[in-house]
Write a protein that binds this ligand. Structure first.
Ligand SMILES: [Zn+2]
Length: 302
């Protein structure tokens, strides 16, 4: 039996950063081995925070971020998608009680054709699976967001298309290779400005060219961590790093820098997989230890 206290699927949550409207939407929930999510942290410590099910699995939501600014619709990450085999769905423990990303977008009034830019934080299957889809009964995968340009770091593309024995399982080529022949990929070379108020930043560690997304508008700021911090607790505690990170020591140093950046600006931080604390502030107490302070945005849909 699964522990009963996890929300099975998130409602869309709307937030405003200065004059930018953002909506956190979900492609569903997956259940993965707790050892993957918590790496070297002993189970005795993490199970108090996130009780696993009887198969030692913990729930991870597949959050994606919709950004609407200056007439542009930007989508950050695309979840697991809808073209997995039954076996893959089972391996991920995919749980969608309200449909996937496309349905979640529809509930906030966005159709796939409206999306102008898709940003993949990295190309692991749970962040770019919704990039491609089988359209109109075709047996060939096509871009789900047919009018969008897909923004992917050049080095991440290289690592995903030429994986090694350690990295191969996380990259499913059907999520990104079909985009190549459409000419709709923009390969990025490091930190990149998306608009006057939105930019991507390299946050190395989970992968070599992992990127996060920053919004700075009218004195307010937000960091969408991607898997720099899979859960809020990973951002609070520097040593808590997932087993999937290819450069765990880099992750720690990158988190240290971004913790300071967030504190200096009192930025809002959004996490890709946290079912209970997807949005938070970070606080530093008198002894200098970091504390996540969850915030509860207002659900936008019925
Ligand atoms: Zn992930």
């Amino acid at each position: 039996m699964r522990p009963g206290k996890y929300p099975t699927n998130n409602q869309a949550l709307a937030l405003r950063i200065g004059r930018i409207e953002i909506t956190l939407i979900s492609d569903g929930l997956i259940w993965l081995d707790g050892g993957g999510t918590f790496g070297l942290v002993p189970r005795a410590r993490w199970e108090k925070i996130m009780p696993p099910d009887e198969s030692n699995r913990v729930p991870l939501s597949l959050n994606c971020l919709l950004i609407q600014c200056q007439g542009k619709t930007i989508l950050v990450d695309t979840g697991l998608g809808n073209h997995l085999t039954d076996r893959q769905r089972q391996d991920f423990g995919l749980d969608r009680d309200r449909g996937g990303l496309t349905q979640a977008l529809a509930r906030v009034g966005v159709v796939p054709e409206e999306v102008d830019i898709v940003i993949n934080t990295h190309l692991h299957a749970d962040h770019c699976g919704g990039n491609t889809t089988f359209r109109d009964g075709s047996e060939e995968l096509a871009p789900t967001f047919s009018n969008a340009e897909y923004w992917i770091q050049r080095l991440e593309w290289a690592d995903a298309t030429f994986p090694n024995e350690r990295t191969r399982a996380a990259y499913l080529t059907q999520n990104f290779l079909p985009l190549e022949k459409t000419g709709r990929i923009r390969l990025l070379n490091g930190d990149t400005r998306v608009s006057g108020e939105v930019r991507t930043v390299i946050t190395r560690g989970h992968t070599r060219a992992h990127q996060s997304v920053v919004i700075e508008s009218e004195g307010e700021t937000m960091l969408y961590t991607g898997d720099l911090a899979t859960l809020a607790i990973h951002f609070e505690r520097l040593a808590w790093v997932t087993a999937y990170d290819v450069e765990p020591l880099e992750t720690i140093e990158t988190k240290r820098r971004w913790q300071n950046w967030v504190l200096e600006r009192d930025a809002l931080v959004i996490f890709p997989h946290d079912t209970r604390t997807p949005v938070a502030h970070l606080r530093k107490d008198d002894e200098g230890s970091m504390q996540i302070e969850p915030i509860t945005p207002v659900p936008t849909e019925q």
